[in-house]
Design a protein around this ligand. Structure first.
Ligand SMILES: *Cc1c(COP(=O)(O)O)cnc(C)c1O
Length: 405
């Protein structure tokens, strides 16, 4: 029966050290957060795991904008966008997002979604019809993988950042529509896709480039406009997905693209059509978030992130030089995602446990999220972390290294 079947599967997950546990946060998302542990005790932890890269999630101006949005529009949207759920807050947000992306995508329009997961499902299922072929990077986010699986288009996978392989696959493809699909910043590795080279391939092979900028929007490029802006790209062939629950600090996502692409998504994307629009208050708060990201505060926090990244990389580099026998490896990354690869699941869990004892939260990321044998601490930095926070993390990592050595 079902429960026996599920219990067997749960045991198999536990036997591989892969059980995941929920923890309750009792205070706002911030570098220091009160978290309830498995023992029911609350503790203040120094967090290195959220995707709130600019520290906006708890920004008072955003909480105020959310409250103001609720006063203006109420709590809920009441229906899908195409029925009656599309408010002037949503429309204003879409205009602001389109303006932010317009330097990279001429005449771009933007469409707001409840989540990035849904935006990716929408783009891949709507554009990936039977006339198309999807070329999918092997380290793409689960939502892109699932979107490609749901799409009618056949899928060809290419190896991580392997431009020559993708070139060959595109060259051999005779489909009318070719969609290259990639994360801009890889979520578990922190490295950046070679978008300039991928766009050159798209142009050469008459393909389109779908870029999921979940971890670049707000963080990279002038005014945090994202990875397309970081590379200075400009093309009609670009389709950008940005998420708004990470650096933007609120919730939701958007697709920015040529007006015809956006018009088709409105007509055909089931993940857009058949779901209740996000609360207008969320869109209202996001307008404020875009202003913060593009303003001085955003710029200062991005500058601080760059300093913190350098401090962390130098410190971990020293640590690894002192303990080469551990076989740990810091992934080469210029983003706030700084993964420390430990290797086996159990070892990664032990390191995370040492950090937890020291009052730090850096969860161990294990398969299937990452490849077997590459369990890691996915260290993420926030623009409101301090240099002293990084020192504490380095000290705790040194303790873990002593313990495991
Ligand atoms: C988080 C994430 C998503 C999903 O976005 P949500 O708004 O959280 O649903 C999509 N793609 C990537 C690369 C992500 O990291």
């Amino acid at each position: 029966m079902l429960l026996d079947h599920l219990n067997q599967k749960l045991q198999a997950i536990a036997a591989k050290d892969l059980t995941r546990v929920l923890r309750e946060a009792e205070s706002a998302t911030a570098p220091v957060q009160r978290v309830r542990g498995a023992d029911g005790q609350s503790r203040e932890l120094l967090m290195f795991c959220s995707n709130d890269y600019l520290g906006l999630a708890a920004h008072p101006a955003l909480a105020e904008a959310l409250a103001e949005g609720a006063r203006l529009y109420g709590a809920g949207s009441g229906s899908s966008h195409l029925i009656s759920g599309h408010s002037s807050a949503h429309a204003a947000l879409e205009r602001a997002l389109a303006a932010a992306v317009a330097p990279a995508i001429p005449n771009a329009e933007a469409l707001f979604f409840c989540t990035g997961f849904m935006a990716n499902l929408a783009v891949l299922t709507a554009l990936g019809d039977a006339d198309a072929v999807i070329f999918s990077e092997e380290l793409n986010h689960a939502s892109l993988i699932d979107g490609a699986r749901l799409a009618k288009a056949p899928v060809q996978r290419y190896a991580h950042c392997d431009v020559p392989q993708l070139d060959a696959l595109l060259g051999a493809c005779t489909a009318r529509i070719k969609l290259i699909v990639t994360d801009a910043v890889f979520s578990m590795d922190g490295d950046v896709a070679p978008l300039d080279k991928l766009l050159a391939l798209a142009e050469r092979h008459d393909a389109w480039l779908v870029v999921d900028d979940a971890h670049g929007f707000g963080v990279l490029g002038p005014q945090g406009r994202g990875t397309l802006a970081h590379f200075g790209l400009r093309s009609e062939r670009l389709i950008m997905v940005g998420t708004l629950g990470k650096a933007a600090g609120v919730a939701g996502a958007f697709v920015a693209a040529h007006p015809t692409v956006i018009q088709y998504l409105i007509q055909a994307a089931r993940a857009y059509i058949f779901t209740t629009a996000a609360p207008p208050a969320v869109a209202h708060a996001l307008l404020q978030s875009l202003a913060l990201m593009a303003g001085d505060e955003g710029a200062q926090r991005r500058a601080n992130l760059v300093r913190l990244q350098a401090q962390l990389r130098a410190g971990v580099g020293d640590l690894l030089a002192r303990h080469p026998q551990l076989g740990w490896r810091l992934v080469a990354s210029d983003t706030p995602i700084q993964p420390l690869i430990i290797g086996e699941n159990a070892a990664a869990l032990r390191v995370a446990a040492v950090l937890d004892r020291a009052g730090l939260r850096v969860p161990a990321i294990r398969p299937p999220t990452v490849a077997p044998g590459t369990a890691r601490l996915r260290i993420t930095l926030c623009g409101t972390h301090t240099s002293a926070d990084i020192d504490r993390l380095l000290a705790a990592l040194a303790e873990a290294a002593e313990e495991l050595a």
